[in-house]
Design a protein. Structure first.
Length: 397
């Protein structure tokens, strides 16, 4: 039922309030990726609060408040797919926001496509998700192959220049894509891959691989995996006194939990990042970069800046919002078409999808943890600190 929300009978142009817009969200609330899932949820919840404070999404003069319906997929792709179908069938979700992680996004994408329901996601970077010709699935984040290549660009500029790389990788699709991009890109930047091995996704005892990397005396130790694996590798490096000049991990260093878990041992670690508070984008709507940081701290009572998982999740919401507004409709096919033609600047960066549904327009940056704080160190035009390099040996820290 549609009811008049404001304006008088003879006022003309009165804003109407329509039914709530139901958006389904399968999410890693528990399970191996619950830390990252919690950050993604924060990003979604920030947008929900903001858009509802505006009265909702404006569709041709009728504002629809947003109702986010979460289901806990336990960080398991098969469960996530089942819950995605439940959200559509039982919860009557009109649109979907993606889960956390490439593996779950991959399974959920099948369900979204089969049902003709647009899904905008910000936490599945594997390009494998988008290799099936889907028309209803869109990712706002830079793809997996960009995660550590920026670290290599930065490393090539350092003095003394490191020359050898050990590449460790989890065996999920995202991590393998990150690792392959490194092994393909490194030789062109003057690096030699001296060790390259993979481990089961979710592993927490990685001392064997770290010992192998130490035996190769690599200048750079890279890990392509997730938070708990990055923590495990860093702990093993200290225990085994693997004294590389540089440590860089695809996922983990940007999160508050990385520093909380490792304390001072987190210092000097680099990470590729989708977004930091130092980026210099001028958005066409929503909040500025600084206002976003301020709003995050206020909403969650945090002294920490939001990490990129939070920001990319909010960005997924903004893409869906703008597509609905541009479509002037809640019909899934019209919103899908509006997503396909979207080209908008946000606090997160430009969002513009290629024919696969991937946002290939937005660059990534490189962060480093220095004295327990996150700093953007690459590229120079957005950096707030210089790289601290080489990392001191463990015995002298």
């Amino acid at each position: 039922m549609v009811a008049l929300a404001c304006g008088s009978a003879g006022g003309g142009g009165a804003t109407q309030t329509g039914e709530d817009l139901v958006i389904g969200v399968p999410m890693s609330i528990t399970g191996s990726q619950s830390k990252e899932g919690a950050l993604a949820k924060q990003g979604y919840d920030m947008w929900q609060q903001w858009i509802n404070n505006q009265g909702g999404i404006d569709v041709k003069g009728t504002k629809h408040k947003v109702k986010l319906v979460y289901e806990d997929d336990q960080s398991k792709p098969d469960i996530s797919a089942q819950l995605t179908q439940k959200l559509i069938t039982e919860e009557k979700a009109q649109f979907l926001l993606g889960p956390y992680g490439s593996s779950t996004t991959n399974t959920d994408a099948v369900v979204a496509e089969r049902n003709g329901i647009p899904m905008v996601e910000g936490n599945g970077a594997a390009q494998a998700i988008f290799e099936h010709g889907y028309k209803y699935v869109f990712g706002v984040l830079s793809p997996a192959n960009k995660y550590l290549t920026g670290v290599l660009d930065m490393a090539a500029s350092l003095t003394p220049k490191p020359t050898t790389v050990a590449m460790l990788s989890a065996d999920d699709s995202f991590s393998l894509e990150v690792a392959k991009a490194v092994t393909d890109y490194a030789p062109g930047k003057g690096f030699t891959i001296v060790y390259n091995d993979r481990y089961p996704n979710g592993s927490t005892d990685l001392s064997g691989l770290v010992a192998n990397a130490k035996a190769k005396s690599a200048d750079i130790v890279l890990n392509s995996g997730h938070l708990q694996e990055a923590i495990a590798i860093n702990k093993a490096a200290k225990d085994l006194k693997l004294d590389a000049k540089m440590f860089a991990y695809s996922v983990g260093p940007s999160t508050p939990d990385f520093i909380t878990s490792l304390g001072k041992d987190a210092d000097y670690v680099f990470g590729g990042s989708q977004w930091t508070p130092q980026v210099k984008y001028t958005p066409s709507f929503y909040l500025s970069v600084q206002d976003y940081v301020t709003a995050y701290k206020k909403m969650f009572g945090s002294n920490e800046d939001p990490d990129y998982h939070v920001a990319e999740s909010t960005a997924a919401c903004l893409a869906l919002q703008k597509a609905i507004q541009n479509a002037g409709s809640l019909k899934p096919d019209r919103v899908r078409d509006a997503l396909a033609s979207l080209d908008v600047m946000t606090f997160f960066g430009q969002i513009k999808f290629d024919t696969r549904g991937i946002n290939v327009t937005k660059p990534m940056v490189v962060e480093q943890i220095q004295s327990g704080k996150h700093h953007t160190v690459w590229p120079a035009d957005v950096a707030d600190a210089k790289p601290m390099y080489p990392a001191p040996g463990w015995s002298s820290r």
